[in-house]
Design a binder for this molecule. Structure first.
Ligand code: UTP
Length: 317
C-alpha cells in the first residue's frame, strides 16, 4: 500500500542520484606530467584515475555524473564519450575485449560536463554544480582521490544520509604529524560504531592546534543547503573558496555526520601515493597480478640484498 504524504508524516528523505566530480584543479604537485594532462587522467594500471571514481559512483547507484573540469576539459570529455574511429577499427578486427574497454566509460552513467572558469577552490568547483544538481542531496567524489574498488564507503555514506539527513563526510585517522595536509574534523561519538557527529572543521591545521586526527577525505554526500552557504563563503586558505569552511558553517547547526573509513584510499595527485596505487591495484588484477607480484617480490629481494650488502660494507669499513 502506498501511504500518501501528509503534513503529519515526515517527508521522505530524497534519494541521492547525482554525483559531482571536481577535476579542475591545477595539479601542481604532479608537474610536469600535469602540464598538458589533467592529473585525473593519469593512468592507474590501464584506466585513468577518474574512471575508477566514476565506476565507484555508478556502483553506488548514482546514474548522473557531472564533471567539473578546467582548462584540460577535452581529455576528460573525450574519455567519457564514444570514439567512433577506434570502435570501428576494433570491431573490424573482432577485438571484443578492447572494444568493450573503449565503450565502457561512456556507458557507466549519464555524464555531463561543466567548466570552472578559474580554479578558485574546491568549494567554488562544487558551487559550479548548483544549477545541475538543483534542490536535491548529491554526492561529491574528488577526481584524484581513489577509494579501493573493493571498498563500499560511498554506499555506507548514502545509507547514513538516509538515516540522519543533513550532510555526510568521510573521515580517516592519520598520524598527527600529517594532519596539516588535510581538512580536520572535531567529532563526537554517536550510538553507532563508525559514525560520528561533526562539531567543527578546520582546513589544514597545524598538528598542535588540530582538534583531532580525523582527516577529511574526498567523498561527501551533501545537502543542497551547502550551496547557499558556499555562495556566502569568502575565500579562505590560499585565496580559495574552501568546501571545508562551508561545511564548518553547516556543522555548527549539527547537521554534519562523519563516516570513519578504515579501508584503502589513495591520493593519486601525490607522486608517492600514485606509485603505491598503481602497484597495489596491479597486484590485485587477475590478468596482471600473478606475474607482476612475482617480479615485485624479486625486485624487493634485490633491493634488500643491495641494502644488506651496503650495511655489510658499512660494518667492514
Ligand atoms: P587539490 O587540493 O588536490 O588541488 O584538489 P589541485 O590544485 O588540483 O592540486 P595541487 O595541490 O596543485 O597538486 C582536490 C580536488 O579538487 C579539484 C581538483 O581537481 C581535485 O580533484 N579542484 C580543486 C577543482 O576542481 N577546482 C579547484 O579550484 C581546486
Amino acid at each position: 500500500m502506498i501511504v500518501p504524504h501528509t503534513t503529519d508524516t515526515p517527508a521522505p528523505t530524497p534519494t541521492v542520484r547525482k554525483a559531482v566530480v571536481p577535476a579542475a584543479g591545477l595539479g601542481t604537485r604532479f608537474l610536469p606530467a600535469t602540464k598538458a594532462t589533467p592529473k585525473e587522467m593519469l593512468p592507474v594500471v590501464d584506466k585513468p584515475a577518474i574512471q575508477y571514481v566514476v565506476e565507484e559512483a555508478a556502483a553506488a547507484g548514482l546514474d548522473d555524473v557531472l564533471m567539473v573540469t578546467g582548462r584540460h576539459k577535452r581529455a576528460i570529455e573525450d574519455h567519457f564519450d564514444h570514439a567512433f574511429e577506434l570502435e570501428q577499427a576494433l570491431a573490424a578486427k573482432g577485438d571484443a575485449v578492447r572494444l568493450d574497454a573503449v565503450r565502457d566509460p561512456a556507458r557507466l552513467a549519464n555524464i555531463h560536463h561543466i567548466r570552472q572558469g578559474e580554479p578558485l577552490g574546491l568549494g567554488h568547483a562544487v558551487l559550479c554544480a548548483r544549477r545541475h544538481v538543483g534542490d536535491q542531496p548529491f554526492a561529491v567524489l574528488l577526481g584524484d582521490d581513489l577509494i579501493d574498488p573493493r571498498e563500499t564507503l560511498l554506499s555506507t555514506m548514502l545509507d547514513v544520509r538516509e538515516r540522519y539527513a543533513g550532510s555526510v563526510i568521510a573521515l580517516m585517522e592519520v598520524p598527527r604529524e600529517q594532519i596539516h595536509l588535510y581538512g580536520c574534523a572535531a567529532v563526537e561519538p554517536t550510538e553507532e560504531e563508525g559514525v560520528v557527529r561533526v562539531t567543527g572543521l578546520v582546513e589544514k591545521p597545524s598538528p598542535e592546534t588540530a582538534p583531532s586526527t580525523y582527516a577529511v577525505i574526498g567523498r561527501y554526500v551533501l545537502d543542497p543547503a551547502v550551496f547557499d552557504v558556499l555562495d556566502r563563503t569568502a575565500p579562505g586558505r590560499g585565496g580559495e573558496i574552501q568546501l571545508t569552511d562551508a561545511l564548518q558553517t553547516l556543522a555548527t547547526d549539527g547537521t554534519v555526520h562523519g563516516v570513519v573509513f578504515e579501508g584503502l584510499r589513495y591520493d593519486t595527485g601525490d607522486k608517492a601515493d600514485y606509485l603505491r596505487t598503481v602497484v597495489r591495484l596491479a597486484c590485485a588484477r587477475p590478468d596482471l597480478g600473478p606475474e607482476f607480484t612475482t617480479w615485485l617480490k624479486g625486485f624487493v629481494a634485490e633491493l634488500e640484498g643491495r641494502e644488506g650488502a651496503g650495511r655489510g660494507r658499512g660494518l667492514a669499513a
